[in-house]
Write a protein that binds this ligand. Structure first.
Ligand code: PGA
Length: 248
């Protein structure tokens, strides 16, 4: 059995005060939740949020990492550093990093390796743009993104055994209010399960892209969907806790 996982990606939002209020409210509401819950605040709030979460079962993740261990890399943060602060997860290859900051499949694969090197679990984001979907190359794009990671780690089996998580996030559904149709989600999740190979049943594959309290239950019930990566709705106590409850 795969334990459902719901990850809140705060992106570049909030202040120290707002982070504390959000975490405080969530801890109160998420008490009996059976799903695994992880919060991914901006780097500068990780230490605060780690403290606030220390007595709860809610986990912590970062939104990105550098590939290097340490050294003269101004502005970068190593996986070992976020592990030191209490993170268990790292979001890697989010579409905003790929499109706005030019991260290639090869760089994403290096970041996955860096995350594992630090003993953390990567949440590897994959997904097609609207143009790629229209051109009928969704599967080709996702296979390219994932296979580059598998090759870097030595194969799909190594990926599964590392307990890495995949998040399918159609780029056209992120932050747009447009959610993929259940049938589109099932199709891509099954395809990803196939890419994961003979051990693939052990991996968690999340859906992300405009998940809201209104559509979460329907999405999480779908075959091969093991929870969600939540952006906008993770900034609101009621919305995020409702989404977590839907994953139970
Ligand atoms: P969204 O973002 O829920 O706001 O669409 C999802 C994501 O970017 O991970």
């Amino acid at each position: 059995m795969r334990q459902p996982l719901v990850v809140g990606n705060w992106k570049m939002h909030g202040s120290r005060d707002e982070a504390a209020k959000l975490v405080g409210g969530l801890i109160q509401k998420l008490g009996g939740c059976q799903a695994e819950i992880v919060l991914c605040p901006p780097f500068v709030f990780l230490a605060d949020v780690a403290d606030l979460l220390s007595k709860s079962s809610v986990g912590l993740g970062s939104q990105d990492v550098a590939t290097q261990v340490q050294g003269a890399f101004t502005g970068e943060v190593a996986a070992e550093m976020v592990a030191d602060i209490g993170c268990r997860y790292v979001i890697v290859g989010h579409s905003e990093r790929r499109t706005l900051f030019g991260e290639s499949d090869a760089l994403v694969a290096e970041k996955v390796a860096a995350t594992l090197r630090a003993g953390l679990v990567p949440i590897v984001c994959v997904g097609e743009t609207a143009q790629q979907r229209d051109a009928g190359i969704t599967e080709e794009v996702i296979a390219g993104q994932l296979n580059t990671v598998f090759e870097r780690l030595g194969g799909a089996d190594e990926f599964v055994q590392s307990r890495a998580v995949v998040a399918y996030e159609p780029v056209w559904a992120i932050g747009t209010g447009v959610t993929a149709e259940p049938q589109q989600v099932v199709q891509v999740h099954q395809f990803i399960r196939g890419l994961l190979g003979k051990l693939g049943a052990a991996s968690r594959v999340l859906y992300g892209g405009s998940v809201k309290p209104e559509n979460a239950a329907e999405l999480f019930e779908l075959e091969d969907v093991d929870g969600g990566l939540i952006g906008g709705a993770s900034l609101d106590i009621d919305s995020f806790s409702a989404i977590c409850a839907a994953a139970d």
